[in-house]
Design a protein. Structure first.
Length: 85
């Protein structure tokens, strides 16, 4: 199932995540630090969504209270919640 998330408080504008049976199948981020987010996206493919959330949640970008990885954890959490319903 694909989930589209609009991040808040960061440079990226949109996150598309696809999770199947709890496993991340695809991650695409529009905007933000292109190279870093492409690298993170590739590393997440094949990982359990719960494990990724645990690793990414709470990461901050400079003095901001959030970051693209933190927002990605929120996108994954929303996707899992959506699948459970």
């Amino acid at each position: 199932m694909e989930h589209i998330y609009r991040p808040r408080g960061v440079c990226s504008r949109e996150m598309r995540v696809e999770v199947e049976d709890g496993i991340i199948r695809r991650v695409e981020v529009v905007g933000g630090c292109n190279g870093n987010l492409k690298g993170i996206s590739r590393l997440l493919v094949g990982m359990r969504a719960e494990d990724a959330i645990e690793k990414l949640e709470g990461i901050r970008c400079g003095f901001k209270p959030t970051s693209c990885p933190d927002q990605l954890s929120k996108a994954l959490r929303e996707c899992l919640k959506k699948q459970a319903n």
